[in-house]
Write a protein that binds this ligand. Structure first.
Ligand code: 13P
Ligand code: SF4
Length: 350
């Protein structure tokens, strides 16, 4: 009989079923669209407000954000921009964790969102109490959470990371000998683990949008377009990531379209990103990576239903009424802010 000590089996928590809402994209007549744009521009000035939008929101919101002195960015840059900007109101067009991050970093500011129901399947997959129990079961591990989590989950973490900085932070922790508990995205976690070699215990959450990209469909599309570079967001499954020429955050994927010489790109992330990619490389062919297909198993084929909740109508309304303000428990703020600040300090020092 072996005298080796047996490690007890690790029980991963069960993930609740995630129901992706079915959301109709906002459709506007030209007259209404122009009137809304004028109204929002005026309200942003009146309210000393700045619009911070994610790359997955509509082209109208992205252009409006940039034209009015706001920004369109990935989740890391959204957090940085809102923190550095002097406006007294931050309007975050994205999903709820992005609004919460803005509030955590700027508790003295008013943070509004066009729709407070704009959730994220990763955030929904990581219920704070279950997560806290999981952390309690593994006290020897440093806790690293993806930014796509609630403030309560962040409050339990040592580090917050976004996809743009996850590898560098995990490399740093691995080099200092830390073993890690990672949540909530298992695909991103597995990719970070494969790149860094870190010891990571991974929460089994997933993004409903990226999980729907298909390995075999991508193989077939690559065969039909051998000239195309494959760009993949790391929330995608391993079989999709394995075929990538570039794996990265939304900003890193847009930079790849700008910098690589290929005449065509196959893109495995939310198709809202195509707006910026077309501007970055006019004339290049941009193809959506195949997903499970409407009517088949994909819950949201290459477009995040929660991001689609942001529109010009609800943006104008929140600016007018001051509704949809992000409010967080005063006691929670310093706890959840600490691991985000750690990430921002790490990014600034390198
Ligand atoms: P980025 O940080 O790369 O913008 O990703 C956020 C996100 O939610 C991707 O699905
Ligand atoms: Fe969350 Fe996925 Fe939507 Fe990104 S695309 S906000 S990870 S549900």
């Amino acid at each position: 009989m072996s005298s080796a000590t047996l490690t007890p089996p690790i029980h991963l928590p069960a993930i609740p079923p995630i129901i992706a809402p079915s959301v109709e994209e906002e459709v506007l007549e030209p007259g209404e669209r122009a009137a809304l744009l004028d109204r929002i521009r005026r309200l942003l000035k009146q309210q000393d407000a700045v619009l911070i939008a994610h790359y997955y929101t509509s082209a109208d919101l992205q252009e409006l954000a940039e034209d009015t002195g706001g920004c369109v960015a990935d989740s890391l840059e959204m957090a940085r921009f809102g923190h550095a900007h002097p406006a007294r109101t931050l309007v975050v067009a994205g999903v709820r964790f992005m609004g919460e991050t803005a509030k955590l970093l700027n508790p003295e500011k008013r943070v509004l969102m066009p729709d407070l129901h704009a959730e994220c399947s990763l955030d929904l997959s990581c219920e704070p109490e279950a997560f806290s129990r999981f952390c309690d079961e593994h006290p020897e591990r440093k806790v690293v959470v993806y930014s796509n989590t609630s403030a309560r989950v962040k409050a339990r973490a040592d580090w917050v990371v976004t996809s743009g900085i996850a590898v560098r932070i995990v490399q740093h922790l691995h080099a200092q000998g830390d073993s890690l508990l990672w949540a909530p995205d298992r695909h991103l976690g597995a990719w970070v683990q494969s790149v860094t070699g870190a010891d990571m215990l991974i929460w089994p959450g997933a993004c409903v949008v990226h999980e729907a990209f298909r390995t075999q469909g991508l193989e077939a599309l690559r065969a039909a377009h051998p000239e195309a570079a494959v760009l993949v967001h790391p929330e995608s499954p391993a079989g999709v990531i394995a075929q990538a020429d570039v794996v990265g955050s939304t900003t890193q994927l847009i930079q790849a379209v700008r910098n690589l010489p290929n005449p065509a790109f196959i893109v495995a992330t939310d198709n809202g990103i195509f707006h910026k990619m077309r501007l970055a490389a006019p004339g290049k062919l941009l193809l959506e990576a195949p997903s499970a297909g409407t009517g088949a198993t994909c819950k949201s084929c290459a477009h995040c239903p929660w991001m689609a909740m942001n529109g010009l109508r609800n943006l104008a309304q929140v600016l007018e009424t001051g509704s949809n303000e992000i409010e967080l428990d005063a006691e929670l703020i310093p706890l959840a802010r600490r691991p985000i600040q750690r990430m921002l300090d790490f990014a600034a020092a390198r």
